[in-house]
Design a protein around this ligand. Structure first.
Ligand code: FEO
Ligand code: CA
Ligand code: CA
Ligand code: CA
Length: 669
């Protein structure tokens, strides 16, 4: 994506547009010819016909549910009162709940952090303060091993930066006119310091109020600017990972575009590097990594970093971009530990890395590659997890098998191993070792004919039921001849959710079954082709599922990222409860709504389900020109909202919000 292509859009749209670039050239043209035996032809009919035919085709159980829905007697596992769709400058939560700000961009993380002064910011200050654009949140109860729900660590990703909202007097820089000209070394270094991760200690007082523990011994900032990170696993030390600054190919400064993540059974934090391509600049023509970089959209040129740091210029440092796009493991309990990029999990635009402890003791990690027509992956460790000695698990993620998913039209998932020397993953196709397979995981998966999906985001297992939920956020570029049973809508702007059930409850198995849980968008508009339980209200449907969480009662919660697409749905992003069981299956209910321009990330529950932490990312950024009371570009000096402080002169601030129920009790009833 060249920066001139993103005129008039926020950077998150630059991300979205880049995801539009069909970097996957391997899409089988015949895939749309597959007729869905499992769901029948109705899945392929679009527009008003689809709804008519679906209604007619309902089985007796569905008809009974539809009758119950009309009578208002469908039993759902959620009892909270739904909030309504809408867009305004504030956040909203269901009646009877409190939603308080826990920590904001610029608040202190490290003990010596200076007070936040956004008009006089420095990289040094930013690197001691809470970073920008909080995304994933992980929770570890303290002491470790307890199921404490009143004291713990939060592990928070800081995915990217919005210069127009961070810096006074600057405005958008990633347009053709601006050409990043206003970006100075000082501003770039602040951006780099605002990326990465924060570890904070949090505690709930006897009155029920959560706060950040000041001067915590666990407090940590990890950044793209200065944190040294090890590279381990099969690709560590490979010549393609070596640079001038690191001839060993095993040490890299920083982690980038940390989107979602996961927590391991031994209490470490996995943070996923997503759109790493956007930070690199240079010329691809004739580049030794040309085929590889083209497949990942490197160089994206969305930031000015390469102007001041040679390693982000692919001409000056040809291998640096191979050192990003990995999953990074961080031990939040040891602030002196060195984070590790685990190459065994493959290199792609990792959305997240949610884990499940398999019944045989091995860890399985589910991962989406978030771009249009990309794939769903899982990693199965070779070694079992040592549950008695957490330190004994420090190399569990270095050996195992990476698989990519093929969704068959008969409702089966085939998990295909990305193992060097098997099938097409051989020297004839340019793979000389497992390191090559992992560095070019996308191309390896192309050769295995994995199923190109509608942007795989969070992939979350419910450890109790064994079922696994795949968020597919949208794909407006899917053409009618490219639809298949797992991605049944052409030009899909609203996304869908697939439920996978591993064979015999074994997450390490090479097969699973799958079915669609919901097709998102407004069910009252026939052309949308949505599929919800009829009990879903006019506020209960949502669009563009991104992250999700399963609470400890086994209930599914989904958060959304529509970008400026909220103007199409008529509602800001938020948190929806989504029934997955029984007659209510497929019923959504709206619980929380973000302020204008934000997306909703990071849902995580404490073990008692009485607290829900969520991340409000990029408030005031997306689609401000669509917001009628405002109707113009949103900037630091003139933002569409000043959430959450609402103080003159203070820009909007990405923040973690803590949600509790008044009078106590589990979230959602
Ligand atoms: Fe960073 Fe896929 O959302
Ligand atoms: Ca995401
Ligand atoms: Ca999740
Ligand atoms: Ca997102």
């Amino acid at each position: 994506m060249k920066k001139q292509d993103v005129k008039g859009l926020t950077r998150s749209h630059a991300f979205e547009l880049s995801e539009d670039v069909p970097s996957n050239q391997s899409i089988a043209p015949t895939i749309g010819e597959v007729i869905g035996r499992r769901f029948g032809r109705r899945e392929f009919l679009k527009g008003s016909l689809a709804v008519t035919v679906m209604g007619a085709a309902m089985d007796p159980l569905s008809q009974a549910v539809a009758r119950a829905a009309r009578a208002g007697t469908v039993m759902t596992p959620f009892t909270f009162e739904e909030i309504s769709h809408g867009v305004d400058e504030r956040h909203h939560v269901a009646p009877g709940y409190d939603a308080e700000i826990l920590i904001r961009w610029g608040d202190p993380v490290l003990p010596d952090a200076p007070p936040f002064d956004p008009r006089n910011q420095s990289a040094e200050a930013q690197e001691m303060q809470f970073g920008y654009n909080n995304d994933y949140i992980g929770y570890v109860g303290l002491p470790f091993g307890s199921d404490s729900s009143s004291h713990g660590l939060l592990c928070v990703n800081h995915e990217y930066t919005n210069e127009e909202l961070m810096f006074p007097g600057l405005g958008r820089q990633d347009t053709k006119e601006a050409a990043l000209a206003g970006m100075t070394r000082e501003l770039v270094d602040i951006e780099m310091a605002a990326h990465g991760n924060s570890i904070i200690e949090v505690r709930r007082d006897p009155g029920g109020k959560w706060s950040v523990v000041p001067d915590s011994r666990y407090a940590r900032r990890i950044s793209a600017r200065s944190t040294e990170i090890l590279i381990s696993g099969p690709a560590a030390g490979h010549p393609r990972l070596r640079t001038g600054a690191d001839p060993s190919g095993t040490r890299v400064i920083g982690t980038l575009n940390n989107c979602a993540g996961g927590m391991t059974p031994w209490g470490t934090y996995l943070t996923a590097e997503e759109n790493f391509n956007g930070y690199f600049s240079g010329i691809l023509e004739g580049h030794p990594e040309g085929r590889n970089y083209r497949r990942y959209g490197v160089p994206g040129g969305w930031y000015a970093w390469a102007r001041f740091h040679d390693r982000f210029d692919i001409d000056k440092e040809p291998n640096e971009a191979n050192r990003f796009g990995w999953v990074v493991e961080i031990d939040p309990l040891d602030p002196s530990s060195t984070p590790v990029k685990r190459t065994a999990l493959g290199r792609f635009k990792h959305e997240g890395a949610e884990t499940v402890l398999n019944r045989d003791g091995r860890v399985v990690i589910y991962m989406g590659d978030d771009e249009r027509f990309e794939y769903v992956y899982k990693f199965v460790s070779e070694k079992p997890v040592d549950r008695s000695d957490r330190g004994a698990n420090s190399d569990v993620l270095d050996s195992g098998t990476l698989y990519v998913a093929k969704f068959l039209d008969d409702g089966q998932v085939d998990w295909m191993p990305l193992t060097f020397g098997t099938g097409p993953l051989t020297p004839e196709n340019g793979f000389e070792s497992q390191a090559d397979v992992l560095i070019e995981a996308r191309r390896a998966a192309d050769l295995l004919e994995a199923t190109p999906m509608d942007r795989p985001e969070d992939v979350q297992a419910d450890p109790a039921s064994g079922r696994v939920y795949v968020m597919l956020t949208n794909n407006t570029r899917r053409k009618p001849e490219q639809v298949d049973t797992a991605n049944p809508r052409a030009g899909n702007p609203f996304g869908h959710i697939i439920e996978m059930t591993p064979a015999n409850g074994d997450h390490a198995a090479t097969t699973a079954s799958w079915e669609i849980l919901v097709k998102c968008g407004d069910p009252s508009v026939a052309e949308v082709g949505a599929m919800w339980n009829p009990a879903t209200s006019e506020n209960g449907w949502f669009a563009s599922p991104d992250n999700c969480a399963v609470d400890h009662r086994g209930r599914l919660w989904v958060t959304t990222d529509q970008g400026s697409g909220w103007a199409k749905s008529g509602t800001a992003d938020g948190v929806w409860a989504l029934a997955a069981e029984g007659e209510a299956r497929g019923t959504g209910r709206m619980f929380f709504r973000v302020p204008v321009g934000a997306e909703m990330c990071g849902p995580v529950f404490t073990p008692d389900d009485k607290t829900l932490f969520v991340a409000v990312q990029h408030p005031g950024a997306d689609g401000a020109h669509h917001y009628e009371p405002f109707g113009r570009e949103s900037t630091f000096d003139d933002p569409v909202t000043r959430w959450p402080d609402f103080e003159d002169g203070m820009p909007p601030r990405p923040s973690v919000v803590v949600i509790t129920r008044r009078g106590g009790g589990p979230i959602g009833g």
